[in-house]
Design a binder for this molecule. Structure first.
Ligand SMILES: *[C@@H]1O[C@H](CO)[C@@H](O)[C@H](O)[C@H]1NC(C)=O
Length: 521
């Protein structure tokens, strides 16, 4: 297995001729007539289709991504439980509970806020939520246990082999109380609660099941406080290691429970957590949530990652702000300033240590797999813009102010960059537009499908597909990759996993964005 390339940093790039060339190109692209509008409906369709390519377990007859087959059909069997189904997080074959829950929450939020704009695609988006929700129900079916991971990331990442009908030898990583896992359990409670809203009128029985489970999982998380990264670090770190503590996930879970239910018990949970959560300025650490992403070799010790799953904290304060703006929660007003400050900090032209823009105009945060930040921050801008419109507000930012229209334009600019308005003149969504990534870091996409090559491909036998200069044989339509580096440059090469690997949490918020822009181009 080739070693991965050195990680790039997001420190200010050295001024080089190519920097000027790219800068000039981006200026030209601003002054020349706008590239004719994008087909947001097509992109929406594809962004949802992607989730079918990430499915684990037995595929249903209506599966549309036909090059994929059943996989991992015995997950959980050795522990006497059924853990089949769910999504692979990215280009590997592990099921990580943390990102799966986050994905389910953001997909749900996309449907809740923008489903009305999605036309017929809303049915597919709801199906994508259900696929995750059904798995999360299985992972939480045993009281006092949350299965947080299926598969061994070290051995999985060591092989270049695709999702097939193999039987895993395990392990099943579970969080029981104690050892605690408030972070992943809080995240899971959020996902179950958010999904319960999606199904409230579509499938009331399923919705009730989800909400009841959300409350139980939340109470488990709350009662046995502690970080799963501490007790299960050997299994979950450095992959989805939550090193900042679990308070933000508890708050996130409480916020979604609050939104999903007006039951007194849920309301009490919610109140307690708002009261105990310390707003950002009191945090000692600049960045309160860190995630280490190294997929192939484990995290190098010198790498202090600053990526976070989908800019988690900001999503939480946005939820809080929404409640305040909609006049539903006066006691949450303290969050409004935090939310406003955050929105101001991501406006272009305001120098902020956490959020920068590439010369070509892409939001850039340090840490790798940058597109997750682009889509989740853009989702926030759009959701926030809607909340502001409904409550007739603007955000004051010093001598500037951010109107709902401005926030929408910023979000749209990011989406347009992803779809092709960028210095590379390519779409970062596979299968959309004329030029898109051909060699994504994705085992199923890069290896021959079971149909094309029924014989077993051993662990190391896959390496030649990994190293091949050829395009991937199976086009994973709708996959959005980690994206260009901070100089807008994209290598389109499998070993550059930070740039070329797609993930479910890049696409989940994008579904909402594309839903909105497909109806409001
Ligand atoms: C981005 O990639 C290009 C091409 O590989 C390289 O020349 C440039 O130095 C990279 N930029 C950064 C900031 O790493």
């Amino acid at each position: 297995m080739a070693r991965k390339s050195p990680l790039f940093t997001a420190k200010s790039p050295a001024i080089s001729p190519s920097f000027f060339a790219i800068f000039l190109m981006s200026l030209l692209s601003l002054t020349s007539p706008a590239v004719s509008g994008h087909d947001y409906a097509d992109a929406l369709h594809k962004s949802i289709l992607f989730f079918e390519g990430q499915r684990s377990g037995e595929l249903p007859p209506d599966q549309r991504v036909r090059w994929r087959g059943d996989s991992a059909l015995h997950d959980g069997a050795t522990a006497g439980v059924d853990l089949t189904g769910g999504y692979y997080d990215a280009g590997d074959n592990v099921k990580f509970g943390f990102p799966m829950a986050f994905t389910a929450t953001l997909l749900s939020w996309s449907v809740i806020d923008f489903g009305r704009s999605m036309g017929g695609e809303v049915r597919n988006a709801v199906r994508a939520v259900r696929w995750a929700a059904e798995y999360l129900l299985k992972a939480t079916a045993t009281p006092g246990v949350v299965y947080v991971q299926v598969g061994d990331p070290y051995s999985d990442h060591n092989c270049w082999r695709g999702p097939r009908t193999w039987t895993r030898s395990g392990p099943f990583t579970k969080s029981i109380g104690p050892p605690p896992g408030s972070d992943v359990a809080g995240e899971t409670a959020a996902a179950l609660a958010a999904a319960s809203i999606v199904f409230r009128s579509r499938d009331p029985a399923f919705s009730h099941l989800l909400l009841d489970r959300a409350v139980k999982v939340f109470e488990f998380a709350d009662k046995h406080r502690g970080a799963y990264s501490a007790s299960l670090s050997h299994a979950v770190c450095p992959f989805y290691c939550d090193v900042n503590g679990y308070q933000d996930e508890l708050l996130w879970g409480a916020a979604w429970l609050h939104k999903a239910s007006r039951r007194a018990r849920v309301q009490r949970i919610h109140q307690e957590h708002w009261m105990h959560f310390r707003p950002k300025e009191e945090e000692e650490e600049e960045d309160d949530s860190t995630v280490c992403w190294s997929k192939m070799d484990g995290c190098p010790p010198w790498w202090v990652p600053t990526a976070r799953i989908g800019s988690h904290y900001e999503l939480e304060i946005s939820q809080a702000h929404r409640e305040v703006l909609m006049g539903k929660a006066d006691d949450l007003k303290s969050f409004q300033n935090n939310a406003d400050d955050f929105i101001c900090s991501i406006l272009p032209g305001i120098s902020h240590p956490q959020v920068q823009y590439s010369p070509g105009g892409l939001i850039f945060k340090a840490g790798g797999s940058n597109m997750q930040h682009v889509t989740s921050l853009s989702f926030l801008l759009l959701a926030y813009s809607n909340y502001l419109s409904h409550s007739n507000h603007i955000v004051p930012c010093g001598d500037r102010s951010a109107s709902p229209a401005l926030l929408k334009r910023l979000a749209k600019r990011q989406v347009d960059y992803i779809l092709g308005d960028n210095p590379m003149r390519m779409s970062y969504m596979v299968g959309y537009g004329e030029r898109y990534p051909q060699r994504i870091h994705h085992r199923g996409s890069s290896l021959p499908s079971v149909r094309a090559h029924p014989a077993h491909i051993g662990c190391k036998a896959g390496s030649r597909y990994y190293l091949s200069p050829n395009p991937n044989p199976n086009v994973l339509v709708g996959a959005v990759v980690g994206g260009p580096n901070s100089s807008d440059s994209f290598p389109d090469s499998r070993p550059f996993f930070q740039e070329s690997e797609p993930t479910t949490y890049i696409n989940a918020p994008l579904v909402g964005l594309l839903g909105y822009f497909s109806a409001h181009p």
